[in-house]
Design a protein around this ligand. Structure first.
Ligand code: 5RP
Length: 233
């Protein structure tokens, strides 16, 4: 797969989503990952050109920096209990707009923003769309856990039929540490028939902070296609 086609897909989806959904005086949740970078640049451009008075709430250290670097106004959930629009990427999007997120390790804050938003709009390239979760995203469901509980949690994941793997850091020995000081376990459940039930089971395990299954949260997805068009579902 050409990297250029993927980047064009991400960029076009992000730009169209921003053009269609961003309005003046909005409080906007900013997701994390590589696709959101294009969206933040476009939000900043529109904000500057049209004096939109936007406020942006980050979902990670990455998006905190993106907001500042692009000259946008940083805000928090303490100031604004309700977000007008949350824009974020995804690792997989099924036909019902259920998602797997957390490939970039920021799923907890991303889910907090999504759950406090009137509207969650997803931006992604063509690789992310599938019929059922687990079909195209083969790295498993990211689960953020309290470090002292990771071994028993991995055993419990196996009992649920999953293949758990502790996510390791790059350029550091040992596990990846999230923005919250936790570990991430990626659990391969194969094709997930009932994501809502699986989410409930995962969240009932003590020590699990949250998981990357986002069920019935997204309102719309903008998916950049190989031919340069953007599919909106
Ligand atoms: C980070 C995420 C990202 O939104 C997801 O991994 C998509 O990233 P990208 O835009 O780089 O494909 O959930 O935790």
């Amino acid at each position: 797969m050409s990297d250029d086609l993927i980047e064009i897909g991400k960029k076009k989806a992000a730009i169209k989503a921003v053009e269609d959904n961003v309005k003046s005086n909005m409080v906007i949740g900013i997701g994390s990952g590589s696709t959101i970078v294009y969206a933040v640049r476009k939000i900043a451009e529109l904000n500057k050109e049209n004096n939109l008075n936007l406020k942006c709430i980050p979902s990670s250290f990455q998006s905190y920096q993106l907001i500042l670097e692009n000259g946008l106004t940083l805000a928090s959930l303490d100031q604004f209990l309700e977000i007008d629009l949350d824009i974020d990427g995804a690792d997989e999007i099924d036909k019902k707009l259920n998602l797997i997120k957390g490939g970039g390790g920021c799923l907890v804050q991303e889910k907090i923003l999504a759950s406090n938003s009137k509207k969650l709009v997803i931006i992604a390239d063509f690789r992310k769309k599938s019929e059922s979760l687990g079909e195209n995203w083969r790295f498993g469901v990211p689960v953020e856990v309290i470090p002292m509980a990771y071994t028993p949690i991995m055993k419990k994941m196996e009992l649920l039929g999953g293949k758990p793997k502790l996510r390791m850091a790059k350029a550091k020995s040992g596990p990846l540490i999230t923005d919250n000081g936790n570990f991430i376990i990626d659990v391969d459940f194969g094709i997930i028939q009932n994501p809502m039930e699986l989410e409930k089971k995962l969240l009932s395990i003590p020590g699990v902070v949250d998981c990357g299954l986002f069920i019935k949260m997204a309102s719309k997805a903008y998916i950049g296609q190989k031919d340069g068009t953007v599919l909106v579902i």
